[in-house]
Design a protein around this ligand. Structure first.
Ligand SMILES: [Zn+2]
Length: 287
């Protein structure tokens, strides 16, 4: 879910006559796509008669405007289907998925900020459409982002590199991943990492190294990922959060997250540090 570097964000009302625009249409929270073999395409201008409410721009991708709207009617014409974004990971190009994630977050913001949270008055558009402002009390709201840390803990034992991977209570399927948790008020991301690691698996870590970040629009996380070295402690998993957590040697990894996730990129990069030609990278990289 990575926006291309030349993507230009936008918020303004859009021109419905722009036939070249990418059209991100949502129906009950799912993206409307056109079936295309095993893949999917965005609906084009041929579907201009769909009951689009208010059309907004979310930006410009490769010189083409990106429009978003919510459909008010549940009847889709033949060939179109409404699919949750998570189910489009292998079906839409990543750049379009990332813009769809942005559109979904902005629609969610518009839906949940129609009224002022302080006094209940109807909000109006503010700051060229990117925010909402209450004309009665002046309260301003911008789209909410929830920063979260991700930590891949590693240790190098006599048999080679081991990664601490956990199967979270909220994970789909049986995948194992790095630890993650939301930043609390007053915390730095690093404070959060140390707290969450100790709460979830009872370990202390050291040598935090920033890896990268990723927007994760389910619904509005910003995942900030680190590699850390094990410092002390034995694994004691918090059963409320973690169903299973263990050290896995890089030659014997469990099912891993999808390659589009920053968790998977973090895991692959940490394996590649010590085993750049390790067969696990290509085998698991296909997922
Ligand atoms: Zn107000």
């Amino acid at each position: 879910m990575q926006l291309p570097i030349d993507f230009q964000p936008g918020w303004a009302p859009a021109d419905i006559e722009d036939a070249s625009a990418h059209r991100f249409l949502f129906l009950q929270g799912a993206l409307v796509v056109l079936r295309d073999g095993d893949g999917a395409r965005l609906p084009d201008a041929a579907y201009r008669d769909l009951p689009i409410g208010v059309l907004h721009s979310v930006g410009v991708l490769d010189g083409r405007a990106c429009h978003m709207a919510e459909l008010s009617d549940a009847e889709l014409p033949e060939g179109l289907e409404a699919v949750p974004l998570r189910q489009l990971f292998n079906r839409l190009p990543e750049a379009l998925l990332a813009v769809a994630g942005r559109a979904q977050q902005l629609l969610d913001f518009a839906r949940s900020h129609r009224f002022c949270g302080a006094c209940g008055h109807a909000n109006e558009l503010f700051d060229e459409g990117r925010a909402r402002r209450c004309p009665a009390c002046g309260q301003v709201a911008y789209p909410r982002l929830a920063p979260a840390m991700m930590a891949l803990i590693k240790r190098d034992g006599p048999n080679g590199r081991e990664l601490l991977l956990a199967h979270g209570a909220r994970f789909p399927g049986v995948i194992y991943s790095a630890l993650a948790g939301f930043v609390e008020p007053s915390e730095s991301v690093e404070d959060c990492l140390h707290r969450e690691v100790f709460e979830e698996v009872g370990l202390r870590v050291k040598n935090l190294r920033y890896f990268g970040s990723q927007c994760w629009p389910f619904p509005h996380s910003l995942m900030i990922a680190f590699v850390a070295d094990w410092a002390s402690g034995e694994i004691v998993a918090d059963p409320a959060e973690i169903l299973d957590a263990a050290w896995f040697h890089i030659d014997a990894l469990p099912p891993l997250p999808h390659q589009i996730t920053i968790a998977r990129r973090l895991i692959n990069a940490t394996i590649a540090e010590v085993a750049p030609d390790h067969p696990a990278l290509s085998v698991y990289g296909a997922g």
